[in-house]
Design a protein around this ligand. Structure first.
Ligand code: 2DT
Ligand code: MG
Length: 216
C-alpha cells in the first residue's frame, strides 16, 4: 500500500457573548462535519482541567481574586499550554472546533476598563498562537440576550460587562480577517445552516490555504 498524503484539519473557532448559543452550535457543527467524513475534535477555553485552568476556574467562580493583568496572562497561558497539541492534531488531519479563543481573551480583559489594560495590550500574548482558519462570531443583540434568560452566577455575567464585551467584540472583528459574523438571533436550525455555509467555503479552500498559520 502506498502512502497517502494527509490533508490537514481546519482550526475553527466559535466566539460570542454568553447565551449566543455557542455550545449548541459547536455540537451541531461537529455532527455536520463528521457526517461529511471529517475527523473532528471539540475543545473549549478556558480549559478548566489543567493546573492553570483550575486557577482560572476558581477566579471565575469568585472563590479567589486575581490582579487584572495577571489573570489575563493565565488565560493566555492556558492556550499556550495546549497550542502544540492543536498544531499536531491539525497536521494529523483532525479538524478542531474551539469554543472561545484569543478573541474572548482580549475582549473580556479589556472590558474591565483598567487604564493599563487596553485591547492592544491584551492581544500581545496571543501573537504566535495557532491562527484559526475561520472564526465564527455568533452575534446577538442585548435585547435578544435578555430574552434568553437571566445571567449566571460567574464573574463577568452582568449587564455592565456584557455591554462592554459586545462593543469590544465588534471593534475587534471589524479589523480581523477570516471572521464570519453570524446572526445568532435566528432559530437554532437557521443559525446552524448559516454556520455550515460559512464553514464549507472555508474547508473547501483548505488545500489552497497551505499550512496552519499563527496569530499576528
Ligand atoms: P465560559 O462561560 O465559556 O466557560 O467562559 N474568558 C474566556 C476570558 O476572560 N478570557 C479568556 O481567554 C477566555 C477563553 C469569558 C467563562 C468566561 O471566561 C471569559 C467567559
Ligand atoms: Mg459562561
Amino acid at each position: 500500500a502506498g502512502h497517502e498524503l494527509t490533508r490537514r484539519g481546519a482550526l475553527l473557532v466559535v466566539e460570542g457573548l454568553d447565551r449566543a448559543g455557542k455550545s449548541s452550535q459547536c455540537e451541531k457543527l461537529g455532527d455536520y462535519l463528521s457526517q461529511q467524513g471529517h475527523t473532528v475534535k471539540y475543545i473549549r477555553f478556558p480549559d478548566r482541567t489543567t493546573p492553570i485552568g483550575k486557577l482560572i476556574d476558581s477566579y471565575l467562580r469568585g472563590s479567589t481574586n486575581q490582579e487584572d493583568h495577571s489573570i489575563h496572562l493565565l488565560f493566555s497561558a492556558n492556550r499556550w499550554e495546549i497550542a502544540k497539541s492543536i498544531q499536531e492534531d491539525i497536521s494529523n488531519g483532525i479538524t478542531i472546533i474551539v469554543d472561545r479563543y484569543s478573541y474572548s481573551g482580549a475582549v473580556y480583559s479589556a472590558a474591565k476598563a483598567n487604564p493599563t489594560l487596553s485591547l492592544e495590550w491584551a492581544w500581545q500574548p496571543e501573537i504566535g498562537l495557532p491562527r484559526p482558519d475561520l472564526c465564527l462570531f455568533l452575534s446577538i443583540s442585548a435585547e435578544e440576550a435578555a430574552k434568553r434568560g437571566g445571567y449566571g452566577a460567574e464573574r463577568y455575567e452582568n449587564e455592565t460587562m456584557q455591554t462592554r464585551v459586545r462593543e469590544l467584540f465588534r471593534s475587534l472583528f471589524n479589523r480581523q480577517e477570516d471572521v464570519a459574523i453570524i446572526n445568532a438571533g435566528k432559530s437554532l436550525k437557521e443559525v446552524s445552516k448559516d454556520i455550515q455555509v460559512a464553514v464549507s467555503k472555508c474547508v473547501e479552500r483548505l488545500n489552497v490555504i497551505g499550512p496552519l498559520r499563527v496569530l499576528g
